[in-house]
Design a protein around this ligand. Structure first.
Ligand code: NAD
Length: 488
């Protein structure tokens, strides 16, 4: 039985205590098990990271990025194996696994620019003979607490920037997909990072709470569901830590009648059903305006019904399983709820039977038409391949519906009108906006935004925001020899 090990202070550590099984969602077979690390183990990791910080922060930025260059090369060399590993434990297709790894590597590449990204600024003679400057210094120990849906990518929204800035780090992967980070930590080891600079600690709630309570941990980056995100944010803040906390989502698309309908349908289907709908930027509501109702509604149902569902490792498969039996039951329950609320079940993905994978946790693409805005299905994050359709007469009504939900991760508009696009971009209450884009995922050199119930904090992951988050500003005011200051 494969056991996920922790990596602490440059050593692989196997725990004896409680473990949870890890499954392949396409077959329901056990892949191995993952330890639930108690507070004492988190303490060891945090103390190792705090010790390592003393020297790591003094290592020049140009030297620190040499480790990241090596890591990037190792990730490239191991790319196909890593992608396979993601598909095995998460279920997504190989193509999707490759996509997420590419985004992970992109963040390492951007963080290699830290010698310039981390620079401060200065002013001479703020008063006669007195100069002032701002320098950015690392905080100390940082930590990332991660969800199951992007096991290879999400830690990289934070970790490369934290390390490049001179912090040391702890990663707590999702207990449902621990093996991807395990492999990536083998690459960290090969890249030669000094002991204690990067640490891997597996576990679930108790482990997370120990991270949030540990005095040596100065900054926490969290990605997960909104209910947990709220608690994590409150606890991190109560303990005086910096926190950037990303929550759940319920992303709407608006389709105007002047959109290029062929591409819109393809893009909307990829957004709603890609990653089996388990993507924080997945479309889960499509609001048609005017004549778009017929052209979009019929075609999206057909595309949903034809999508090839199966094991993510098989050629030609367009959608894999969802993460667990509980997840499948929850999604199927919400589909039923939609019907009870009065929506019409145009394509029903429940009870999926995939030949050769009868034990797997599959839900086929599902389309519900006429989802009532006051109902549960409109408000609730389903996190599965379910698209709810709504219809209104004007773009104003559509934008009002977008802003009615409590989340604000992403909203997209499909149109060929610049005026409508500008109005939407200006008025939509969401942090990531797509115009004729189904998954408006920011590149590594932009912040991964998110508003309202989708994000708690100020500074986001990726790019300049991550550099600000993982540094503290020190302002120095200095006066030098007397001859510069006539007063004396
Ligand atoms: P989750 O909230 O169940 O778990 C996330 C992390 O929190 C895991 O590491 C887990 O071990 C830990 N955790 C779980 N319960 C906890 C508790 N009570 N106290 C402390 N820690 C706890 O989320 P998930 O199911 O793994 O991931 C899916 C969710 O993540 C979805 O809601 C999705 O929208 C969200 N997500 C958001 C973004 C974004 O950018 N906003 C990106 C990816 C995923």
């Amino acid at each position: 039985m494969r056991r996920a090990m922790n990596f602490i202070d440059g050593q692989w550590v196997e725990l004896q205590g409680q473990h949870l099984p890890v499954f392949n969602p396409a077959t329901a077979e056990t892949l191995g098990e993952v330890p639930l690390s108690p507070a004492a183990v988190v303490d060891r990791a945090a103390q190792a990271a705090a010790r390592a910080f003393q020297d790591w922060r003094r290592t020049p930025a140009v030297e620190r990025v040499q480790y990241l260059f090596r890591l990037k090369n190792l990730l490239e060399a191991d790319f196909e194996e890593l992608a396979r590993g993601i598909t095995l434990e998460n279920g997504k297709t190989l193509e999707e696994s490759r996509g997420e790894l590419r985004r992970a590597i992109e963040n390492v590449e951007v963080a290699c620019g830290i010698p310039i990204l981390m620079q401060g600024y200065n002013s001479e003679d703020i008063a006669r003979g007195i100069d002032e400057s701002m320098i950015r210094q690392p905080l100390g120990v940082g930590a990332a607490i991660c969800p199951f849906n992007f096991p290879g990518m999400i830690p990289f929204w934070f970790l490369p920037y934290a390390l490049a800035c001179g912090n040391t780090y702890i990663v707590k992967p999702s207990e449902r997909v621990p093996f991807t980070m395990l492999r990536i930590f083998e690459l960290f080891e090969q890249a030669g990072f000094p002991p204690g600079v990067v640490n891997l600690v597996h576990g679930a709630r108790e482990t997370v709470e120990a991270v949030l309570d540990h005095p040596a941990v100065r900054a926490v980056s969290f990605v997960g569901s909104t209910a947990v995100a709220r608690r994590v944010y409150a606890r991190a803040a109560a303990n005086g830590k910096r926190a950037q906390v990303q929550g759940g989502a319920k992303n709407p698309l608006i389709i105007l009648p002047d959109a290029d309908m062929d591409s819109t349908i393809r893009i909307a289907a990829d957004s709603a059903f890609g990653n089996a709908g388990q993507r924080c930027l997945a479309a889960s509501l499509a609001i048609t305006v005017g004549e778009a109702r017929e052209s979009f509604g019929e075609a999206i149902a057909q595309v949903a019904a034809e999508r090839v569902v199966g094991s993510g490792l098989e050629q030609g498969v367009e959608m894999g399983p969802v993460i667990s039996a509980e997840s499948r039951a929850r999604i199927e329950g919400l589909i039923q709820r939609g019907e009870q609320e009065g929506a019409e079940l145009v394509v029903d993905g429940r009870g999926a039977h995939i030949p050769g994978f009868e034990q797997g946790w599959f839900v086929r693409p599902t389309v519900l038409r006429g989802v009532p805005p006051e109902g549960e299905v409109f408000q609730t994050e389903i996190f599965g391949p379910v698209l709810g359709l709504l219809h209104v007469d004007t773009v104003e009504e559509a934008i009002a519906l977008v802003n009615r939900g409590s989340y604000g991760n992403m909203a997209s508009l499909f149109t060929s009108s610049g005026a409508a696009a500008r109005k939407f971009r200006y008025e939509a209450d969401a942090g990531n906006i797509g115009i004729n884009i189904g998954v408006a995922a920011p590149m590594a050199f932009f912040p991964f935004s998110g508003w309202r119930d989708s994000f708690f904090g100020v500074l986001h992951g990726q790019g300049r925001d991550a550099v600000e988050f993982y540094t503290q500003q020190k302002v120095v005011v200095e006066r030098w020899p007397k001859e510069w200051t006539r007063k004396f």
